[in-house]
Design a protein around this ligand. Structure first.
Ligand code: SF4
Length: 503
């Protein structure tokens, strides 16, 4: 009789690792990491399932940006551990692997608060996901403070400062977005150092992806059916500065002009642009573009100078107003989206009123407001201990800004009646002859939509529609006859459904 060796036991374990359930939490940057890890797992022969009860492993790619996201991630991890414990009681094994920002931010507390995790994978160790899922006994640079958690496989590398730029592969992804749109990362990390933000501590300093690599990934996504590419990074305005793209026409403007030449793509959209150093050349690149849509997501966070200074935003009210004015004059019809924070430590009622008045006067096309979340390791988190705004006040201020914005959006929606924009179809219901899509001024997941009736269209088509009405944040319309004919059935890829997911 052959004796069982550790290698044979390992091989047996490997054979049994047939399926994984994957939960992706957080923002589109995390989503790209999830898609990359899923691509690696699938290429290694591990099936992706939406049934976490029967899966051999559950991977949770966490967000750790704010306290609320930490609570959400902990809840999902505890559910996964319960599922694992049920499997063990039935004589089966199951691994729980936790990856992403929360692991990078707070690994020790995570293990204390959610016992039962089998492997941790930090944001710089995404490529090791197969070993973590299969249970290989790899411990990459185990930090000294984790000695008591011997049983946990830890992949906790740090940003290698000797490497220039972002050269990790974001290609070969198993995408979680619908086939017709995708996120395309142009950089990782951030050098801005806003006092409320935990991101630089988690994702490291800014690293731009080389231009050729971005073009290669864009082509791969287009070949996979993407008709809309959404460019992301922590601070897209600063693209290229760290890898020597500093000459005239280089950096972000050069990237936009190069991407604008791509064939077979409908829309390219710029998200997360930091307001300082948004140059005239970048504005020209937006104005001249054909495929890069005239839409800019530019998080401003506040408008009062004292608060901007306390946030260390490196920009004043006057500079913001000058930039917004230029954008509106030089890129006619541009959609401008922003985000603000309500209840930043020390924010007075007068400063809040200044923000509300500014929102009313400028009339943003789209706007989001976050209540300030105290993060203890940040300068603003320390300021909050002495100058914190009560949560109820921050919530009331958020509501006031949102209601002010609502009036603006309703007026803008009414003004869209009679317009005939191009609409990219996100979902279609052939039986009811309805569809939901977006025109170029609406980004996926965060903005309103166009609801279409009397239509025979398919998801992924770019059609022309006439806007007839509006309801709340959405527009209502129907396709123009020339773009509403019966269609050849399109090849549809089976979507990967997640057990739990949030954006
Ligand atoms: S620019 Fe954005 S990611 Fe960078 S520190 Fe500021 S808020 Fe954080």
């Amino acid at each position: 009789m052959t004796k069982s060796t550790p290698e044979m036991a390992n091989a047996e374990k490997t054979r049994r690792m047939e399926s994984v359930a994957f939960v992706s939490l957080g923002c589109p940057k995390n989503l790209i990491d999830s898609e990359r890890m899923l691509g690696l797992l699938a290429a290694d022969g591990i099936a992706v399932t939406d049934d976490s009860n029967t899966a051999d492993a559950i991977v949770i790619n966490t967000c750790g940006f704010l306290e609320a996201s930490r609570r959400e991630a902990l809840e999902v991890i505890r559910q996964a551990v319960e599922s694992k414990n049920r499997a063990i009681r039935r004589g089966r094994s199951k691994r729980v692997v936790v990856a992403g920002c929360l692991v990078q931010r707070d690994k020790s507390r995570l293990l204390e608060e959610a016992p039962g995790i089998d492997a941790l994978v930090g944001v710089f160790d995404r490529e090791n996901i197969i070993a973590a899922v299969r249970g290989a006994a790899v411990i990459a640079s185990p930090p000294a403070d984790m000695g008591k958690f011997h049983a946990v496989t830890r992949m906790m590398g740090r940003h290698d400062r000797s490497r220039q730029g972002y050269t990790e592969q974001d290609g070969a992804r198993l995408r979680l977005t619908p086939r017709h749109y995708a996120y395309l990362r142009i950089s990782e990390g951030c050098n801005q150092g806003c006092t409320f933000c935990t991101i630089p501590g988690i994702r490291g300093r800014m690293r731009s992806k080389p231009l050729e690599q971005i073009i290669g990934e864009a082509r791969e996504l287009i070949a996979d059916g993407a008709r809309e590419l959404n460019l992301i990074g922590q601070d897209t305005t600063s693209y290229g500065g760290d890898i020597g793209y500093n000459g005239p026409g280089q950096g972000l403007s050069g990237l936009l002009r190069t991407l604008d030449q791509l064939q077979d793509v409908g829309w390219i959209r710029l998200l997360y642009a930091y307001p300082s150093n948004f140059t005239d050349d970048m504005i020209r690149a937006l104005a001249d573009a054909r495929r890069v849509v005239q839409y800019l997501d530019i998080p401003l966070q506040h408008i009062n100078d004292e608060i901007l200074h306390a946030m260390r935003r490196k920009v004043t009210r006057r500079e913001i107003e000058t930039l917004l004015d230029k954008l509106r004059r030089r890129v006619p019809g541009i959609t401008i989206r922003t985000t603000f924070i309500s209840g930043f430590p020390g924010e007075t009622e007068a400063q809040h009123r200044e923000l509300v008045d500014f929102v009313r006067q400028f009339g943003f096309d789209c706007l989001g407001v976050f209540e300030y979340s105290p993060e203890p390791e940040t300068p603003a988190g320390r300021l909050w201990r002495t100058r914190g705004v009560p949560a109820a006040v921050a919530a009331r201020r958020r509501e006031e800004i949102m209601l002010t914005q609502q009036e603006i959006v309703f007026k803008k929606n009414a003004a869209m009646i009679g317009h005939t924009p191009g609409v990219l179809i996100d979902q279609a219901d052939p039986r009811r002859r309805t569809a939901v899509g977006r025109y170029a001024g609406q980004a996926p997941d965060i903005d309103g939509q166009v609801r279409l009736h009397d239509c025979s269209v398919a998801a992924g088509e770019l059609i022309q529609a006439v806007i007839e009405d509006w309801k709340h944040y959405d527009l209502i319309g129907r396709p123009l006859p020339a773009t509403n004919g019966p269609r050849e059935p399109r090849e549809r890829r089976k979507p990967v459904r997640l057990p739990v997911a949030s954006q």
